[in-house]
Design a protein around this ligand. Structure first.
Ligand code: ADP
Ligand code: MG
Length: 339
């Protein structure tokens, strides 16, 4: 009945899911990131990512991880359903990438979605759902692990699709994310297939330096590690003669999670201050390991940013670690007369 004195309505679950999906999956690269992180959370060592048309036509992530119990398969696409935390305090003791239980709910509401999974000793099942419609679960054939297939991404949201860049630009973003992720998660093997051709294959258990040589395609790089109380850094940084034009040559990660962080980027830039002119940047891959209780990863839906409890201390630690390494590269250290 029409009521002239009320205009506020509860949105249906379907509409609110699609709105919420926008925070998690804005572009194909966000889907790739969520699926790859899920694979790693499931203890996979070998991951295959396949994309077609910059992910707009196809994104497929296959893993050799622990798989999903048949009883849980439908829950994977429920919003706020997760196997990774039970309580809000668990967020501060987190050892997984995921915890919000939102990604598959968001992704499956904006594509033709399929998830095939087999847990050791259990049946293999496939769950299918189209643009957030009623899911269908059927027996399937498959080996241990999980395969998620995303087709026709944003097919139901023409407005969002319109905002995307060209498929080659979306592809570049995906390749960049995978490169950055593999720099810091160098123990993992990943194969990327783009438009049916192998794009790259990283073997398992490489050293960070070997991985960085391949990804940066630069020989003038050095490896460093350092430790202070509950902080650990492992990094590969370029020698000062390498000077890049863009600050995204500095790749940052915390506990394996690739993040953006102005404070950490500045710590790297400042360490090179006397060696590299302003406006130019070194190559750097930084892997920080911090106790989860010293940061908050729950400040951004796509988890691209984190909040540090003691950012001053972390700044100094990263700055000092890099400076010390740079100074060790020449017998007398770098002094301002020479640089
Ligand atoms: P989150 O990762 O935050 O828990 P997701 O929506 O990404 O939320 O995934 C929901 C749940 O589905 C996960 O908690 C996990 O139990 C299961 N899951 C998703 N992807 C995989 C995978 N590749 N292998 C095993 N389990 C998975
Ligand atoms: Mg997840």
């Amino acid at each position: 009945m029409l009521n002239n004195s009320s205009e506020i309505f509860q949105l249906s679950g379907d509409v609110s899911n699609k709105i919420a999906a926008g925070e998690v999956v804005e572009r194909p690269v966000n889907v790739v990131k969520e699926l790859v992180e899920n694979a790693v959370d499931a203890s996979s060592e070998k991951i295959t990512v396949e994309i077609a048309e910059g992910g707009l036509n196809l994104i497929k992530v296959m893993d050799d991880g622990k798989g999903i119990f048949p009883e849980d398969i439908e829950k994977t696409i429920d919003r706020f359903a997760t196997s990774k935390i039970r309580d809000i305090n668990d967020v501060y003791e987190l050892s997984s990438f995921g915890f919000r239980g939102e990604a598959l709910a968001a992704i499956s509401s904006v594509c033709d979605f399929s998830l095939v999974s087999k847990r050791k000793g259990y049946d293999c099942l496939e769950l299918k759902s189209s643009f957030g419609g009623q899911p269908v679960v059927k027996p399937a054939a498959g080996i241990e692990g999980t395969i998620v297939t995303v087709k026709n991404l944003f097919g139901n949201l023409p407005a969002r699709r319109k905002f995307l860049k060209s498929s080659s630009a979306e592809q570049r973003e995906i390749v960049k994310f995978i490169r950055h992720f593999m720099l810091t998660n160098y123990h993992l093997s990943l194969r990327l297939i783009v438009d049916e051709k192998e794009f790259f294959l990283f073997p398992k258990n490489e050293s960070m330096l070997d991985r960085a040589r391949k990804i940066f395609k630069e020989k003038k790089i050095v490896h460093l590690t350092n430790k202070y109380e509950n902080l650990k850094i492992e990094a590969v940084i370029s020698t000062p003669e390498v000077q890049k034009f863009r600050r995204d040559s500095i790749v940052l990660s915390v506990n394996g999670r690739v993040i953006k962080d102005n404070m950490l980027t500045q710590a790297v830039i400042q360490a090179y201050k006397r060696l590299i002119p302003e406006g130019k940047f070194p190559l750097a891959a930084i892997r920080l390991d911090i106790s989860p209780s010293y940061m908050d990863v729950n400040v951004h839906p796509a988890k691209l940013f984190v909040k540090f409890l003691n950012s001053g201390e972390i700044f100094s630690f990263v700055y000092d670690s890099i400076l010390e390494k740079l100074e060790s590269l020449t017998p007398h250290g770098y002094d301002s007369d020479n640089y």
